[in-house]
Ligand binder design. Structure first.
Ligand SMILES: C[S@@+](CC[C@H](N)C(=O)[O-])C[C@H]1O[C@@H](n2cnc3c(N)ncnc32)[C@H](O)[C@@H]1O
Length: 257
């Protein structure tokens, strides 16, 4: 039976790749890369580098262009679902056309597949369509969240506290999650932290974590919000893309850190 590995490769540093991932990668006949366009080709390059560095048997790479989200679909959820359907067709074609009956394929997922990544949902969609049969296995990877914590040398929670993980979109619409003292914000293209000035929050910000381009900033949000915004803008212009993540903590917890 065909087998598909969904492998978390860490969030930027090739040394994030685990021994388990390396073992799985060395069972793979064909890797499937989705190219998100020129500006993010650094991300494809990292996947190539990881294969070259860690795979010691012959393999093929099949590349496809990632479909773009249709801006004419107004609802965010529907837009993402339509995009997932298109991706499911690509995955289905990959499995049925590129893998022989006993072959093993792999999709290398940025960070870990459990965190803001659609690969597992799409694989479920392919299975639900029932056009191709295959077995699959998930190999965990180091997330950008763990990378942020390690680079800033912080514990995400104060003693006995909880942590929320949310998006820039949610933060801008609803403010900080009310029940938690510690929030990690991902997928924020709009500096949504700007809506939270005057609350005595602390921020730990990281961009391009684990890569040569890495930038780290931390301090009181009110003091460094403008610096982060300017740094973000300049880095994005220089590299053509940016991925950043940050942690916001309420003042009461900073004593416990
Ligand atoms: C689509 S999500 C993928 C998350 C990934 N699955 C993970 O485990 O980290 C992309 C978001 O992850 C964060 N991210 C991923 N890699 C990053 C990196 N190297 N540096 C900073 N943020 C990163 C950013 O918030 C980015 O907008």
């Amino acid at each position: 039976m065909r087998k598909l590995y969904i492998i978390g490769i860490g969030a930027g540093d090739p040394e994030h790749v685990t021994m388990q991932a390396i073992r799985a990668m060395n069972a793979v006949d064909v890797f499937f890369f989705l190219d998100k366009g020129e500006s993010k080709s650094d991300l494809v390059k990292l996947r190539q580098e990881i294969c070259e560095r860690y795979v010691s048997r012959p393999y093929r790479v099949v590349e496809a262009v990632d479909p773009v989200r249709d801006p004419s679909i107004e609802s965010y959820t529907e837009r993402v679902e339509a995009w997932h359907r298109q991706r499911a067709l690509l995955y289905e074609a990959f499995i049925s056309e590129e893998l022989g009956e006993e072959d093993c394929g792999a999709i290398l997922v940025w960070g870990d597949p459990s965190l803001y990544d659609s690969t597992l949902r799409i694989v479920e969609k392919v299975i639900a369509r029932g056009k191709v049969s295959f077995d699959y296995e998930v190999i965990p990877g180091i997330t950008s969240l763990q990378s942020l914590a390690a680079r800033h040398k912080i514990v995400l929670n104060g003693i006995g506290e909880s942590v929320s993980i949310t998006t820039g979109r949610q933060l801008a619409a609803n403010g900080l999650p009310p029940e938690t003292e510690n929030s990690v914000i991902m997928l924020d293209g709009n500096n949504s932290f700007k809506h939270l000035l005057g609350q005595n929050l602390s921020i730990y910000w990281g961009a391009y974590l684990g890569t040569e381009k890495e930038i780290l900033l931390s301090g009181k949000l009110d003091d460094i919000a403008e610096t982060i915004e300017a740094t973000r803008r300049e880095a994005r212009q220089r590299h053509g893309w940016i991925m950043d993540i940050y942690m916001l903590t309420r003042p009461a917890v900073s004593n416990h850190r």
